[in-house]
Design a protein around this ligand. Structure first.
Ligand code: C5P
Length: 281
């Protein structure tokens, strides 16, 4: 039996450069893993069984199931496995939970089933399953280009506290696709802000908050009914400097100082906002 941690991510920047002929969008993004994690417990079994402690998460349609199916198809293995997914990353939140679980499943099943696939072979399969999955093979701070699947490690951001706020807004499956489809050419940027943040990371400078941009912030209020009101409520209790996590709707705010981060969390809790204090990893 093996136990694997599957961390969440935020995008410190998420710039969309334009639409590609293959229907995807070209991105330039700095991804960052954080301490909030799911856990996968994997053991060999007669059949493939994927379960979770979160009743709303359907293992059969998850990327974990798709990862297992792809591994079986490519290697021809007839082995089964029991995969228990302990969900801590909220579903459809923009924090990459399903993608991270899929990366963990690929790595875990490769080991449990003794498939002997290299990291590069696993990453290629990850790439076929979804644009966000390859990042989770390295985590940390990384530049993502192409459709998000080309990953280059960056010097890590100085240790930071990340306050996550989970707005209670309706969200639909395939929300990432919808979010990309909502973008229009005036939302596209040239990647320069991401390059400036890369420079900050290389020189060891703490990133300026104004560099944390995300193209989906331009469409978030139309994607997530109620989000605008929530942001106004947050602003009225003095919480600004908020950024959208991935394609949302989670919001995050980042601090070098734990006292400041804890103060924000207690203010959020006093006003009954669902939140979580995490840190960069
Ligand atoms: O790669 P993934 O399957 O996670 O993407 C889900 C959908 O999001 C894609 O089908 C595509 O419509 C959209 N997408 C995009 N450009 C990207 C990544 C995703 O248009 N770079």
């Amino acid at each position: 039996m093996i136990t694997i941690s599957a961390p969440a991510k935020i995008n410190l920047t998420l710039e969309v450069l334009g639409k590609r002929p293959d229907g995807y969008h070209e991105v330039r993004s700095i991804m960052q893993s954080i301490s909030l994690s799911d856990t996968l417990i994997i053991k060999e079994a007669d059949t493939l069984e994927i379960t979770s402690d979160d009743e709303q998460w359907d293992g059969r349609i998850s990327l974990v199931a798709k990862a297992a199916d792809l591994l079986k198809k490519r290697t021809g293995t007839r082995k089964g496995a029991s995969i228990i997914v302990q969900k801590r990353i909220p579903l459809l939140s923009g924090l990459g939970g399903d993608s991270s679980d899929a990366a963990a499943a690929l790595a875990g099943l490769n080991e449990i089933w003794s498939l002997g696939l290299s990291r590069d072979e696993l990453k290629k399969m990850a790439n076929e399953l979804g644009s966000d999955i390859p990042f989770f093979f390295s985590g940390g701070t990384a530049l993502a280009t192409g459709r998000g699947e080309i990953i280059s490690s960056l010097p890590p951001i100085s240790h930071s506290w990340v306050v996550l706020i989970f707005p209670d807004t309706p969200r639909r499956p395939r929300k990432t696709k919808t979010a990309y489809e909502s973008l229009i050419p005036s939302h596209f940027t040239d990647g320069d802000t991401t390059n400036q943040l890369v420079d900050s990371l290389i020189t060891g400078k703490y990133p300026d908050d104004t560099l944390l941009i995300n193209a989906f912030e331009k469409v978030a209020f139309s994607l997530y009914p109620g989000l605008e009101t929530i942001q106004q409520q947050l602003s009225s209790i003095g919480i600004s400097r908020l950024h959208l996590a991935g394609s949302g709707p989670t919001l995050f705010s980042i601090y070098g100082d734990l006292v400041k981060a804890k103060d924000i969390v207690s203010r959020l809790e006093d006003h009954s906002f669902q939140c979580n204090l995490t840190e960069t990893t």
